[in-house]
Design a protein around this ligand. Structure first.
Ligand code: GLY
Length: 367
C-alpha cells in the first residue's frame, strides 16, 4: 500500500491511498471525514458490483449510508442528473457537516464532486475511483464538472476531495478496453515528465495493461505522484497543469468530430492517438527527434491503443482545426498545444499557427 499526499499550500492537503483490498477497510479510512452517515454516489453498474462491500465496511464503523445510483455513461454529467442528485441528497437529509462518497469512474467522480461543491455551498467528498482512468487522473486534482450541449466539462468547479482510495483489486472487473483507455493516461504521465517511468511502462511495467496487479499498482502510484506534483503547484491551471492536457487538444477534436461516441473512440484512445500526434507534430517542427516520436508510437501501439488518425475514422482537416481552435484551452491568436522536446520533456506552446496545424493534419491523413 502507498500513500501519496496532494496539495502544496493552495488547498487543504489530502491523501491518495493506492493498494489492494482497500474497499474492505474503506470505512475506517473514511470515518474521520464523516459524522454518522454518508451518501454514496455511484452508477448502476458499479453500485451493483462494489456498493455492498463499501456499505458493509462503513456499517462496521457505525456509518449509515445510502446509495444514489445514476445511469452509467457520460449522459449522466448533465444538469438534469445533477438536479436529481441534489434532490436525493436533500431528501436523505445530509447537512453541511456530512460528506459524499463518489464510488465509480470519471463520470461519477465529476458529477458527485460538483454536487459536493454546490450542496449547501459546499460539503466534503471522498473519491473511491473504480476505473483506471479515474484512479490515475480524474479523482485527483479537484476538477469537477458536467457537460452541456455546447461541450464537455463546461460547467464545473475546482473542489478537492478530502481523501482518495484507489483499490487496485476493483480494476479486475473492468472491461479490457476500459483498462487500456486508462492506460493511455498512465503513458501520458511518463511522456510529460518521467522518461524512466515511460521506459518501464514500455517494458516490464507493460504487464499492467494486461491486468497484472503489481504492475498496475506501480503504474497507478507513479501516475498519482506525477499528477499530485503538478496540481499541487498549479491547482487552477494557470501554467504547469496544462501539461496534463498532452494529447488532449488533438484528442478532444477527434472525439468531438465523432460525437463523443464511446463506441467509436474511448476517451483514453483519443488521448493515446493525440499523444502520438503531439510527438509527430513536435518532430515535424524540429523540436524533437523523429525517432523519439516513432518510439512513442511503438509503445502506445504495443498497449493496444490507436496511433494513427485512420484508425479513428475519416476526418476533414478544417473541421478538426475548428474544433481545436474552439477548445476552451485555446488562447489569443495562436493555438495552444502541449508539445515535447523528448520523452518526459513536455512543454506548453501557445503560438502554433492554424496554417501549420492544418498542414500537419493533412499530412496525418485528414482530407
Ligand atoms: N485531467 C487534467 C487535469 O486534471 O488537469
Amino acid at each position: 500500500m502507498n500513500v501519496v499526499s496532494v496539495g502544496g499550500g493552495a488547498f487543504q492537503p489530502y491523501d491518495v491511498v493506492v493498494g489492494r483490498g482497500l474497499l474492505a477497510g474503506a470505512g475506517q479510512r473514511i470515518a474521520p471525514f464523516v459524522r454518522g452517515r454518508t451518501a454514496i454516489v455511484s452508477d448502476e453498474t458499479v453500485a451493483a458490483l462494489h456498493g455492498p462491500a463499501l456499505q458493509v465496511s462503513l456499517q462496521a464503523v457505525g456509518i449509515r449510508s445510502e446509495i444514489i445510483a445514476v445511469p452509467p455513461g457520460e449522459a449522466s454529467k448533465s444538469f438534469a442528473e445533477l438536479e436529481r442528485l441534489m434532490d436525493r441528497l436533500l431528501s436523505f437529509g445530509l447537512d453541511r457537516k456530512d460528506a459524499i462518497v463518489a464510488l465509480g469512474g470519471g463520470v461519477v467522480g465529476d458529477l458527485a464532486g460538483l454536487a459536493a461543491a454546490l450542496y449547501m455551498r459546499g460539503i466534503d467528498f471522498i473519491q473511491v475511483p473504480t476505473t483506471l482512468l479515474a484512479q490515475v487522473d480524474s479523482s485527483v486534482g479537484g476538477k469537477t464538472a458536467i457537460d452541456t450541449p455546447r461541450g464537455k466539462n463546461l460547467v464545473g468547479a475546482f473542489h478537492q476531495p478530502r481523501l482518495v482510495l484507489a483499490d487496485i483489486d476493483v480494476l479486475s472487473t473492468l472491461p479490457e478496453r476500459q483498462l487500456r483507455s486508462g492506460w493511455a493516461e498512465v503513458l501520458k504521465h511518463g511522456l510529460i515528465c518521467d522518461a524512466d517511468f515511460f521506459n518501464w511502462l514500455g517494458g516490464e511495467g507493460g504487464a499492467g495493461v494486461r491486468g497484472d496487479p503489481a504492475a498496475l499498482e506501480g503504474a497507478v502510484v507513479r501516475s498519482v505522484e506525477i499528477k499530485a506534483a503538478v496540481v499541487g503547484a498549479d491547482e487552477k491551471e494557470a501554467g504547469r497543469r496544462a501539461l496534463l492536457n498532452l494529447g488532449h487538444t488533438f484528442g478532444h477534436a477527434i472525439e468531438a468530430e465523432l460525437g463523443f461516441e464511446e463506441a467509436a473512440l474511448a476517451h483514453g484512445e483519443a488521448v493515446a492517438l493525440g499523444c502520438c500526434m503531439a510527438f509527430r507534430y513536435s518532430a515535424r517542427q524540429g523540436l524533437c527527434d523523429p525517432a523519439i516520436a516513432a518510439r512513442v508510437e511503438a509503445v502506445i501501439a504495443a498497449a493496444g491503443l490507436p496511433t494513427r488518425l485512420a484508425e479513428a475514422g475519416q476526418f476533414a482537416a478544417s473541421n478538426l482545426l475548428a474544433r481545436m481552435a474552439g477548445d476552451k484551452k485555446a488562447e489569443g491568436g495562436g493555438l495552444t498545444l502541449i508539445l515535447a522536446r523528448g520523452i518526459g520533456e513536455a512543454f506548453v506552446s501557445k503560438t502554433e499557427t492554424p496554417e501549420t496545424v492544418l498542414a500537419f493534419l493533412k499530412e496525418e491523413g485528414a482530407a
